[in-house]
Design a protein around this ligand. Sequence first.
Ligand SMILES: [Zn+2]
Length: 634
Amino acid sequence: MKHTPLAAAILATVLGCTALAVHADVPAPQNAPYSAGALKIDVDATDLAHRVFRVHETIPVSAAGPLTLLYPEWIPGHHSPTGPISQFAGLVVKANGQTLPWTRDQYNVYAFNVDVPQGATSVEVDFQFLSPQDTRQGRVVMTPEMLNLQWNAVTVYPAGYYARQIQTDPSVKLPVGWKFGSALEVASQDGDTVHFKSINYDDLVDSPIYAGKYYKRIDLDPGASTPVHLNIVADDPKYLDIKPEQIKIHQQLVRQMYKLYGAHHYNHYDFLLSLSEKMSGNGLEHHRSSENGTPPGYFTEWEKSWVMRDLLSHEFNHSWDGKYRRGADLATPNFNVPMGDSLLWVYEGQTQFWGEVVAARSGLWTDNQFKDMLAAVAATYDKGRPGLASWRNVQDTTNDPTIAQRRPLPYRNYQASEDYYSAGQMIWLDVDAKLRALSGGKKSIDDFAKAFFGVNPGAWDVDPYTFEDVVNTLNGIAPYDWKSYLRTRLDGHGPLIGGVEAHGWKLVYTDKPSDAIKAVESFRHTADLMYSLGVSIGKEGAINDVLWDSPAFKAGVSPGMTIVAVNGRSYDPDAIKEAVTASAKDSNQPVELLVKNFDEYKTVRIDYHGGLKYPHLERDTSKPDTLSQLIKAK
Ligand SMILES: [Zn+2]
């Protein structure tokens, strides 16, 4: 999954005690075939007006008696119990033409119990997925122009079996004339109803559909025996005006990823990309596809949209790191067994690392854009996470998908949240520098990627790993006490900028924002003063974040307040920056803010005289520049 404002629109359902998720009444999954037959799953996705998906399932059964049907709870890529149960409605179960009463397990609200009558060979299940009407309810996945069908939201399945041991025959009825992209293979098409080839339930849930009125499909690996396509749906055909050089850069992404890993684990791969301001953004990985959602100008406002341009490289990287290989505690048998997230600093951390490095290698980013973005991340793990310097560590943040489920947080910098992504990226940058140092420049993290993820070409079955496997692979490349090296960084409280320094660069702060800061400010409509006053300000003066114990924090500024005026003038982003600059020239001049808190107005004086501060990378000529080597196209 991508950890950006684009992905942050995911609002999870708030659930009860997940420790009780596997209740004694729910049969534990067995690694044995569901021998009663394939689930026939028919989804009607045509009700765009109501944004309702209507589902009919025929579930073969081999015996009379108790049957538990599960709605998926633990969603791969989310690493957390975010299955949209609050939008599941209208459940009716029938057998032998009779309606069967159902009861929900009070300790596991995703489990529905029915009693199959004598003589029944199947149960017929009907329900609806009432997809969000508003982003406050979750991701909007249906608009007049496009839809995003995720099979976990539109299926129930029998408890007691590994998901990969249950076969399915899925079909979907699409709005008239719409086209679609998916990793699913088509068996037949009957008007607007598409019947897919049989697929096991695990792979079905891993194979979503993006469909739309305006659709374009681009070959990203022409002539290859393993095709890779970019499937795009858009709010309007004008957003599908894609330049040949933009296609070339995305083809380079495939080339560079293949050069990195040397092997892949799919028979075809389909990027699914929505260009929309109506359908919610997304970044969700799958084995043979990925869900990507950006604002409409991804191609048509190419220069303006560069900040988000590591999205496809991030999600593509997950086919290797996260889908083919994942932490053993994440390789769960079905979607209703709790996931263990202890190795997300590999799954998401190294993917964050490669997503950005391969973005630079393939030309999605320039070298300077890469370095600007890295400076912003380095600053976060230098001064921007007081919570990691005091009470939490990176390892503990791997629990955040379950703790916070991406709900907004009051003091994110102090609470820390999902820092295994970007702190993980900093740790892997450090590992790369160490591998180079230990091997006299002969080895690098590319060797780790190839040895750990680029194995068994063509194999599909998940190949799980443990912490010890990571350590052993590193030792195989360059012997060292990698266990202590990693644990110090994962369990400690120190800044994590050693990788930047070891690669021949210094993190510095100047009064000029980098292109990355400027782009993020314009993309998110924010003013970023985190390393000066200690505050990040959103639209119309709304305070988004206040750095714990910063000058603004100590003066009484809090998230939730709105800045109305600065030094007696109406707030605007330039006014506050000018005030910070003025206070640096005069030690008697504080930055004076008029803030609104509920219906109360008050004046806050911030006694800060350090001037504007923005992070940059500056070359340290006493060391070789291995960072530039790292991001060079292979
Ligand atoms: Zn990810």
